[in-house]
Unconditional design. Structure first.
Length: 330
């Protein structure tokens, strides 16, 4: 933690944090296996302004890319629920800084779709923590931001591993293992990844809960899965460093198969993954908790990438054009 020279909080201060995709190990990371994740250039930006209200006010502009009228209506009523984690992030940061002055207005602007597995909640949480600290003339170090983000993330997701907020905080590509082992993976050439949103959005908490429950009933099966995912995530790190896209693609395919076996894929995700491979992807898998959300496809070049995008759009998918974010929260 680093304090600036004290001044009165009179102007707007801002922070932004990237979204994320998971290249390997989601779900299994909650059970202790390593995951590999990459920060992507979809951002949430948090502005913190002085307020005379004497309390913490939070407003947000978050894209709710949900399908159908019913979903749109429920998304509006759920908005208060979406703001609560941000309120928790603000008050955890003020407690951490022992700040008695709690009057402020926090405005979140998030271009990451919610419930899509792209880290919208982690990104808004870490950007909020950073911006609130700046408003109190303090720069938190990344480890402090990572730790504080567990408060809003636990509220929203139950018992998250921490991989999402680690990626949004540090940026780049990381290998993550619970509770807080974060290793930066430096690559000369980031993988060319296409993200496709199935349009079906879901709750990470419910999906993680169902996998944890299943793992308690099927201990032998999950022990074998965890061993395989550990080897697989280490293989992903090696393939990234060696720029071996064929190997990376086949590890992604195998990872999708394991996620399918533990019940977090859906027929729609399987169809999108199959389409992406048929259109030339070197590998494709769901990314995030599953049950809906996004798939990622590894592309050898721009031409193949646009072929895959065209095919996935035909299936009703929404394409996000993303690349690596190297900087994390700023
Ligand atoms: C969600 O992006 C990743 C999960 O593994 C949950 C977690 O690690 O907390 C599904």
């Amino acid at each position: 933690m680093r304090s600036f020279s004290p001044t009165t909080f009179t102007a707007t201060v801002s922070s932004r944090a990237p979204g994320k995709i998971i290249l390997s190990g989601e779900q299994f990371v909650v059970l202790g296996a390593p995951a590999v994740a990459m920060a992507v250039d979809l951002y949430s930006t948090i502005d913190v302004m002085p307020s005379q209200s004497g309390r913490i006010e939070v407003t947000a502009d978050i894209p709710l890319h949900l399908v159908g009228d019913a979903a749109k209506r429920s998304s509006v009523t759920k908005n208060q629920e979406l703001l609560e984690p941000l309120r928790l992030a603000v008050s955890a940061t003020l407690d951490h800084l022992a700040s008695k002055e709690r009057s402020m207005h926090v405005d979140a602007n998030c271009e990451i779709p919610i419930g899509a597995g792209l880290g919208s909640s982690a990104s808004t949480a870490v950007a909020t923590i950073s911006a609130v600290a700046k408003s109190r003339e303090t720069l938190l170090d990344r480890r402090e931001i990572f730790k504080l983000a567990f408060i809003p993330e636990n509220y929203l997701h139950g018992h998250p591993s921490g991989v999402d907020q680690a990626t949004c905080t540090y940026g780049g590509i990381i290998q993550f293992r619970k509770p807080s082992k974060i290793k930066a993976i430096n690559v000369k050439r980031p993988p060319m990844i296409l993200v496709c949103d199935s349009g079906v959005h879901r709750s990470t908490k419910a999906l993680v809960g169902s996998v944890v429950k299943r793992s308690r009933k099927q201990t032998d099966r999950f022990r074998t899965h965890l061993e395989e995912i550990t080897t697989l995530s280490n293989g992903v790190v090696k393939a990234l460093r060696d720029e071996d896209d064929n190997e990376l693609g086949s590890l992604m395919n195998r990872n999708h198969e394991l996620l399918r076996q533990i019940g977090v894929s859906t027929p729609r995700l399987d169809r999108l993954v199959a389409k992406a491979r048929k259109a030339g992807a070197l590998g494709a898998k769901l990314t995030g908790a599953g049950g809906g959300g996004c798939i990622i496809a590894l592309c050898a070049d721009k031409k193949i990438q646009s072929n895959i995008a065209r095919e996935l759009r035909r299936e009703g998918g929404t394409i996000y054009d993303v690349s690596l974010d190297k900087r994390g929260v700023l």
